[in-house]
Design a protein. Structure first.
Length: 422
């Protein structure tokens, strides 16, 4: 199937410029394309994963993707999709963010795949050498104020105010496209739907700066904004954003995010975030329709995406933690697995090497009083590392520690507490 047809079948095309010519262009030669990612933080989140995977889809179709880190534009701030100005970061901060993001891109894209190996680029490399006079004379003169004001990213901000700094962002991104077009024969820019105005501005700059009579063969494509069936924002949880950095969002948390996908969303997410064939996805659609309680599709989705963003070892670790929590068999977990799986549960630090269970329940605020603690133990509501404990005189000692550091206490069916021995 042609790459554009596959993208459309998966619901991944929002807008394109001259689709017929783009399809012909992609069919006739290897195309170099790019997508930009501004380093506004030290990690990408799963909202960035979709355009990254679009680059990967083009790479798998034989084309050459460029992952552009906005080391220059990241110090300016994109007004697209925002109602307020971004906070400006220092050059050192942006440089650090850029390096972190490049590492994450390398885990998704293939940077050593022969003739169509992906490549990372940083627009600071050419923007830092651009003088103000050059910028105004050679680039700025091609942009009419009325043309810029008509773009959604600018128009939506006029009422609340926009600085010249952010107003100029469109021109800088356009210059990126022009530079890559000239230096690397990059003829296609992709991005989220909010980038349409910036992309078409870049195409206009390429057209205006081309030699008279020369055909400026360049194109733009945007992917749709991901929406969830329940109306909530994709990629956000009660704990915040889902990051690609395993230090900010552990592989277990990442895996759980996909496991908890709504039945109404899971098939769409297969189209967007996996490379399963359309036939395989249709088979999973039947599973959702006929046996939704089995959550076969959600487990497969979590496996595919976790393996791709992290690796097989991280996936197996996330599955091990998930199975342990489901079964209550916690003793085989390692210390690092406990830290992942119990990252957000109440944690009590204990200096003593031994502690009476009743006193520990009260001290760690697992039970509200000694009387309540006795009732909880007597009623069989207290579990230590997965084992029920009903001995009123029980003392938690070294033998109850996992990896010499942790004891996991559960009250009732789902309330977990972590005891960490200092």
């Amino acid at each position: 199937m042609h790459i554009l047809e596959d993208l459309k079948a998966r619901g991944l095309v929002n807008q394109t410029t001259d689709e017929e010519s783009l399809q012909k262009h992609l069919s006739q030669e290897q195309v170099t394309l790019y997508c930009g990612f501004d380093p506004t933080g030290d990690s990408l989140h799963i909202g960035h994963l979709l355009p990254l995977l679009i680059l990967k889809r083009f790479q798998r179709a034989g084309h050459r993707p460029l992952a552009l880190v906005g080391g220059g534009t990241g110090m300016i701030g994109d007004p697209s999709g925002r109602s307020t100005e971004r906070q400006l970061n220092s050059e050192d901060t942006v440089r650090y963010y850029s390096k972190q993001i490049e590492k994450q891109m390398a885990k998704v894209l293939e940077f050593d795949q022969g003739d169509n190996a992906a490549a990372a680029r940083n627009n600071l490399d050419w923007l830092k050498n651009l003088t103000m006079i050059e910028f105004l004379r050679d680039v700025g003169k091609h942009f009419g104020i009325n043309y810029m004001l008509a773009k959604d990213s600018v128009e939506s901000r006029i009422e609340h105010g926009i600085s010249y700094t952010e107003f100029s962002y469109m021109i800088l991104q356009s210059y990126d496209f022009l530079n890559l077009f000239r230096e690397e024969n990059c003829t296609l820019q992709i991005g989220g739907s909010d980038q349409w105005g910036n992309i078409t501005a870049g195409l206009e700059l390429i057209r205006r700066t081309s030699s008279e009579g020369e055909e400026a063969k360049a194109f733009g494509l945007t992917v749709p904004l991901i929406t969830k069936a329940d109306g909530s924002k994709f990629g956000k949880t009660a704990g915040g954003a889902i990051w690609l950095d395993s230090e900010k969002t552990t592989p277990y948390e990442f895996y759980q995010f996909w496991i908890n996908t709504d039945d109404r969303d899971v098939i769409n997410f297969f189209h967007y975030f996996t490379f399963l064939s359309l036939d395989e996805i249709d088979e999973l659609r039947k599973e959702v329709e006929e046996q939704p309680e089995q959550r076969v599709a959600q487990r497969r989705l979590a496996e595919e995406v976790t393996r791709m963003v992290h690796d097989e070892e991280a996936l197996q670790q996330a599955q091990k933690i998930t199975d342990a929590l489901f079964s209550g068999e916690l003793k085989d977990l390692t210390g690092s697995e406990i830290e992942q799986g119990f990252k957000d549960v109440p944690t009590h630090h204990l200096d003593e090497q031994e502690k009476g269970l009743i006193d520990l329940l009260v001290e760690a605020k697992i039970s509200s009083s000694k009387r309540q603690a006795r009732e909880d133990i007597q009623n069989g509501a207290i579990y230590i590392n997965g084992d029920r404990q009903q001995d009123m005189k029980y003392t938690v000692t070294e033998k109850d520690r996992i990896d010499e550091t942790f004891t996991i206490i559960r009250r009732g069916k789902k309330k977990y507490f972590l005891i960490r021995f200092n």
